[in-house]
Design a protein around this ligand. Structure first.
Ligand SMILES: Nc1nc2c(c(=O)[nH]1)N[C@H]1C(S)=C(S)[C@@H](COP(=O)(O)O)O[C@H]1N2
Ligand SMILES: [Mo]
Length: 314
């Protein structure tokens, strides 16, 4: 479905020269991947497809309509419909990503130099929000580990921190009207979590570049953690020796920890985390699903937390 042959490409989808990869670069990526249509990241939705990773789940996908209209992105408002309604003001081209901190190769990248088309894959992941709902989303992205290796972390680098764009002119939620969170939104991972093959930077979903409301042009996706770890519209990735501050932990440390691993056995202080509602499934009375430890990814990630008390490190 997501993999299209070059013969399926409509003339209207052929990339203008000025958009993203130079032609040579694009053709190399396209040949390697069967990418049909180039990838004008940051220029609105554009075709972007890649081979499906075996790390994908085969569960039924949440509809594109739900994935792109039921969002959390407080920079654009706190209601689920706000991001789709308001994120059109976000300018995602040009876009720079700064990589700094405890690394041998700090750099400021233009997005088109940051993303290597040959590394893009489709990753269909179960996603679980701390609020008690879940989705299955066909992301397109590449391993965060690639970025880390390129940066050559120093031995003292134990954590990776991330920062969202701060631009109140384009993000109405950053205008002080909403004192819920400090801006910019920040998140972090321990180095081994960041290096894990399931951890990706996503640049697309459903065969297109990311819609603004889903965190264009580049966002983090960590499928065994609650959705708030998946920081959107990233402009900075830093390597540190100390556990970085995270937005929701700063807001309410008793409710949102640094780890945020999906765990049906550790309730949020104000609600149970034992079950979840799969978005798009049935109506008001649809049966809730049982939430799984590490969101069903325990076989791949439980070893990262061996010996840790998951009630303490929530
Ligand atoms: N910058 C930023 N990133 C963010 C958020 C946010 O408000 N701001 N919300 C988080 C939460 S709570 C969730 S559940 C996911 C939602 O991603 P989606 O809308 O693409 O499904 O984004 C996360 N990343
Ligand atoms: Mo969330």
């Amino acid at each position: 479905m997501m993999i299209r042959r070059p013969s399926d490409v409509l003339p209207s989808e052929i990339t203008p020269k000025d958009v993203y990869f130079n032609r040579r670069h694009f053709i190399a990526g396209a040949a390697a991947l069967g990418v049909a249509g180039a990838a004008p990241f940051g220029a609105g939705a554009a075709p972007l497809s890649a081979a499906k990773s075996p790390l994908s789940t085969d569960e039924k996908l949440t509809s594109k309509q739900d994935v792109t209209s039921y969002n959390n992105f407080y920079e654009f408002g706190v209601d689920k419909a706000d991001p789709a309604a308001n994120a059109g003001t976000l300018k995602t081209k040009p876009w720079t990503v700064r990589v700094d901190g405890l690394v041998a190769k700090p750099a400021e990248y233009q997005l088109e130099d940051f993303i290597k088309p040959s590394t893009l894959e489709e990753r269909i992941y179960r996603m679980r929000c701390v609020e008690g709902w879940s989705m299955v989303i066909p992301w397109i992205g590449f391993p965060l580990a690639d970025v880390i290796k390129r940066a050559e972390p120093q031995s003292g680098a134990k954590y990776v921190s991330f920062e969202t764009l701060y631009r109140p002119e384009e993000m109405r939620g950053q205008n002080g009207l909403l004192p819920v969170l400090d801006w910019p939104y920040v998140e972090g991972l321990r180095m081994d979590e960041a290096m894990h093959p399931l951890t990706i930077l996503a640049v697309g979903l459903y065969g297109e570049t990311l819609p603004n409301q889903n965190g264009a042009p580049i966002r983090l996706v960590v499928p065994w953690k609650y959705g708030f770890k998946g920081i959107k519209s990233i402009t900075r990735i830093s390597f540190t020796d100390k556990e970085p501050e995270t937005s929701w932990n700063k807001q309410a440390s008793n409710e949102y920890g640094f780890y945020a691993n999906v765990n049906p056995g550790v309730d949020h202080p104000r609600w149970s985390q034992a079950t979840e509602r799969r978005i798009g499934e049935g109506g008001l009375f649809a049966k809730r699903r049982e939430t799984r430890l590490f969101n069903g990814y325990a076989d791949q990630v439980a070893s990262l937390y061996a010996g840790m008390d998951l009630r303490k490190f929530y």
